[in-house]
Design a protein around this ligand. Structure first.
Ligand SMILES: [Zn+2]
Ligand SMILES: [Zn+2]
Length: 356
């Protein structure tokens, strides 16, 4: 079968590889759609960062480059291993994949926090095949059946929605809270959708791109600000009846964005960092001291898929297809996929690839 494999920086190739075969507790899934993620872009532009280095196999997958890419996966079950739970899974059912793989034995895994595993692995980044190929085999623990009412293209967005859902959990988000999202890229917009679905009060989005600000408004933002031309703090205070927000989500990965999040959060509020930072940032600790503010990070997700699937199925999270800005075939994954996400940030949010 054909697969898009990451060989190294700016080197993704369509290779012919053997079709995978199911192990005892695995499912073979025919991939319907796979979304390209911001972390894939980090690897593509400057990697290997998250995927294994040449000569240094990942401790859990034991794989090194080239690895099949793609972790935002929807598809259809075509084959079940002999030990798979047939009450949950059957051939023909539509599924999505939880890409997070823990070792199962470290202290974090023992607490049920596989996303914080000391040797964290991710399907489609650190090994185990990926969604940018016709088929993938995955352990049943990482597979979630979805109702047929969720279209498979929308289903490919359940993984990034789980990232956003987990961030809201990490920030102790409660219905009615007013929130700032700093950065209106794919993750910022998915956070917006999740917060609105979970009953947020006012949600403000700070984002330099006009197109992305307009998208944020179309998806329920109560006000949007351009941080390059206006002071985000004064804007938030003006729109938020003189008060700071309860939570600010940092989705841009740069110091000015973190500064705005810290400033705009009210006393005892929370700043939750979701962005992956390419460079170190700075912050003024006194802002935390005098405001008794909390900073937390949010890494991938753990046990969020059932909640997200339910919210998409019952329409609390809706209009996701509008964030899918392009659908392409595997042969175009570099030119119309990765390169488009690098060069056309204004217009591209989520690009989906149909591998076969
Ligand atoms: Zn991702
Ligand atoms: Zn572990």
């Amino acid at each position: 079968m054909k697969a898009a494999r990451f060989h190294g920086k700016r080197d993704i190739r369509i290779d012919e590889i053997p079709e995978p075969t199911v192990g005892p507790s695995q499912l073979k899934i025919k991939v319907a759609w796979n979304g390209i993620c911001g972390s894939d872009l980090h690897d593509y532009l400057a990697g290997p960062i998250f995927s294994p280095q040449p000569g240094k196999p990942h401790p859990l997958s034991h794989e090194e480059p080239p690895v099949v890419f793609g972790h935002e996966i929807s598809g259809t079950i075509v084959e079940l291993g002999p030990d798979v739970d047939t009450n949950t899974f059957e051939a023909g059912r539509h599924v999505v994949i939880d890409a997070v793989v823990g070792c199962g034995t470290c202290s974090q895994c023992s607490l049920g926090l596989k996303n914080l595993c000391a040797t964290l692995g991710l399907i489609g980044i650190t090994g185990w095949g990926g969604g940018l190929s016709e088929y993938i085999v995955t352990d049943q623990r990482n597979v979630h059946v979805i109702p047929d009412s969720i279209p498979l293209d929308v289903a490919a967005c359940i993984e990034p929605l789980a990232v956003a859902w987990h961030a809201a959990n990490r920030a102790n988000f409660q219905p009615g809270m007013n929130v700032l999202i700093s950065g209106g890229g794919p993750i910022g917009l998915f956070v917006l959708k999740v917060l609105k679905a979970r009953g947020a009060g006012k949600v403000y989005v700070s984002e330099p791109s006009t197109q992305r600000r307009n998208r944020a408004l179309a998806h329920g933002a109560d006000a949007v600000f351009n941080p390059l031309v206006s002071d985000v703090f004064s804007q938030v205070i003006a729109f938020n009846e003189g008060a700071g927000v309860e939570i600010a989500f940092e989705c841009a990965g740069i110091t000015p964005s973190l500064d705005n999040c810290l400033k705009c959060t009210r006393s005892r509020g929370t700043v939750c960092i979701i962005a992956l930072w390419e460079n170190e940032g700075t912050l003024n600790p006194n802002v935390l001291v005098f405001g008794e503010k909390v900073i937390t990070g949010s890494a991938c997700y753990v046990q969020c898929h059932p909640d997200v699937i339910a919210a998409v199925a019952d329409g609390r999270i809706n209009n996701v297809a509008d964030l899918i800005t392009r659908r392409i075939g595997l042969k175009d994954v570099v030119e119309l996929g990765f390169e488009a996400l690098v060069n056309d940030k204004e217009n591209q949010i989520k690009i989906l690839v149909r591998p076969a």
